[in-house]
Ligand binder design. Structure first.
Ligand code: 5AD
Ligand code: SF4
Length: 480
């Protein structure tokens, strides 16, 4: 029987030419998720289809993250596991290429191949557009290492097409970080800040929307430091970029992450007031509630600055909810410093947050400090902070109950007849709804609050914006 295998794929490459398979494991942040998707786009143009089974693959890529503890060891142990698969495959006559990319590869470089000769290719976050050449070298038996920070535009070298996106999509607009917080590896692994042009971002957004995206999250290591070239060669900030994107027909929701509090300029805050498409949920890492610790972290803002920024954001958009990152047990952090972090959390009120024990990252200034906090103390502080943050998140979710929120439907639910969408606050919402509602926003009355998601019922009329706010605040940031 003849099989129809030469239909064009999403990339315009006939399916029969997608004869090889690539398996990608992504660690870490959304920027790595985006990079893995772009590698998929690029490799499709070179005959590779993505597979969900490592056993099936001709090429395995580990797209790694270096931000927190034991990242390097985890990668080597995964490589150790894959080495057996590689040996079995070589014995069977179907070679397997093993590539390590991302921030661990950037930081370790050549050392990776010395420590784990099973690795064929080592590449960094700034060189994945050169993967086809690296693969060709590896196939030819040559060493394939590329962890440069090339001056040429990586994005320009990637295919224009994006893989069929879902209802929500990521779009990297900015990369790198110039802030050098003393705990963080990002400035070393991702390099200096660089922004894509407004035209390039708009073009990619248009293609995503054409493929069905209704919500786009703009990504950057320090996304609100965005300074892209706009019309007439003028450099514009993130607020201006958001205003342009909001005009795009079909694009109904915008978000951005991750931001630095000191880069939260007036124009971006004003965009929260003026742009209805910009969702009222912001991830704004503060790390600590102690000025002493913030200074030692080189965060270049104080607790009062952070509170002023949050006040300005909340007066621009009263239904805004906040998420944050915290580090406990930064070197020299005293019990009083930690108490100040708890006090800040109480004062602000977070809808969601991530919190971590400080982990010394090689090559960063804080790693060499002699006043490291004992592990047991870090663990106790983390537990105390997380229990407060969990209580705030639960209170936030409970406060949504009985309200009507606009839900963007993303995918069918596990139960027949059910769709899963997201509230403006990224809460998953399960609703009985027709598949035709996928990709649309519908007002939904929240009736059930679960541990990790909400349940709701479609309601007739579009809810006015004032009603979409999940919660009232008592003026001290507490939800009720
Ligand atoms: N130790 C613990 N947490 C860290 N983060 C970054 N570097 C470290 C580190 N060395 C956390 C910060 C950052 C988030 C992405 O990861 O909170 O905002
Ligand atoms: Fe790392 Fe963020 Fe600080 Fe940059 S601003 S150094 S990415 S924590």
């Amino acid at each position: 029987m003849e099989r129809r295998c030469d239909r064009p794929t999403a990339y315009g490459v006939p399916a029969r030419i997608l004869s090889r398979k690539v398996f990608i494991t992504t660690y870490g942040c959304q920027m790595n998720v985006y990079d893995s998707d772009r590698m998929t786009d690029l490799l499709a143009a070179h005959g590779y289809a993505r597979t969900a089974a490592a056993e099936d693959a001709d090429l395995i890529i580990l797209n790694t993250c270096h931000i927190r503890e034991k990242a390097v060891e985890k990668v080597y142990s995964e490589v150790g596991r894959l080495r057996h698969l590689k040996e079995a495959r070589a014995a069977g006559g179907r070679p397997l290429i093993l590539a390590v990319g991302g921030c661990v590869a950037q930081a370790e470089g050549e050392e990776m191949r010395r420590r784990a000769p099973a690795i064929d290719i080592v590449f960094g976050p700034q060189t994945y557009h050169r993967l086809p050449a690296l693969i060709a070298a590896a196939r030819g038996g040559s060493a394939a290492l590329d962890t440069e920070f090339p001056a040429a535009d990586k994005f320009g070298a990637l295919p224009k097409e994006r893989m069929a996106s879902g209802v929500t999509a990521f779009l990297t607009v900015q990369e790198g970080c110039d802030r050098f917080c003393t705990f963080c590896v990002v400035p070393y692994t991702r390099g200096a800040e660089a922004s894509r042009s407004v035209a390039a971002v708009l073009a990619e957004a248009r293609r995503l929307v054409a493929r069905g995206a209704r919500e786009i999250t703009l990504l950057g290591q320090n996304v609100n430091a965005y300074r892209g070239t706009g019309r007439g060669g003028r450099r514009v900030g993130l607020g201006a970029l958001i205003r342009e994107l909001a005009e795009m027909p079909g694009l109904v929701r915008l978000r951005y992450t991750t931001s630095h509090p000191a880069d939260m300029g007036d124009d971006l805050i004003a965009a929260h007031r003026e742009v209805a498409e910009l969702m009222p949920f912001l991830h704004l890492p503060v790390q600590s509630g102690s000025d002493r610790v913030l200074a030692a972290m080189n965060r270049r803002h104080t607790v009062a600055d952070y509170r002023r920024t949050v006040d300005a954001l909340r007066s621009a958009r009263p239904d805004l909810a906040l998420s944050s990152d915290f580090i406990v047990g930064f070197p020299g952090e005293t019990a009083a410093d930690f108490a100040a972090t708890l006090a800040l959390v109480e004062a602000i009120g977070f809808a969601q947050a991530f919190s971590f024990k400080y982990s010394a990252r090689p090559g960063t200034p804080a790693a060499t400090r002699s006043d490291q906090v004992p592990e047991g103390e870090k663990a106790a502080r983390l537990q105390a902070l997380q229990s407060l943050l969990r209580a705030q998140q639960a209170a936030f979710n409970r406060a949504t109950c009985g309200r009507v929120v606009p839900v963007l439907f993303e995918r069918p639910g596990r139960r027949a007849g059910q769709l899963v969408g997201r509230s403006p606050y990224l809460q998953p919402v399960h609703v009985e709804a027709a598949p035709a509602l996928l990709g649309t926003v519908a007002p939904t009355a929240i009736e059930v609050v679960g541990a990790n998601s909400l349940g709701g019922r479609l309601v007739e009329a579009a809810a006015p914006r004032a009603q979409t706010g999940p919660v009232d605040q008592d003026g001290r940031g507490q939800y009720r």
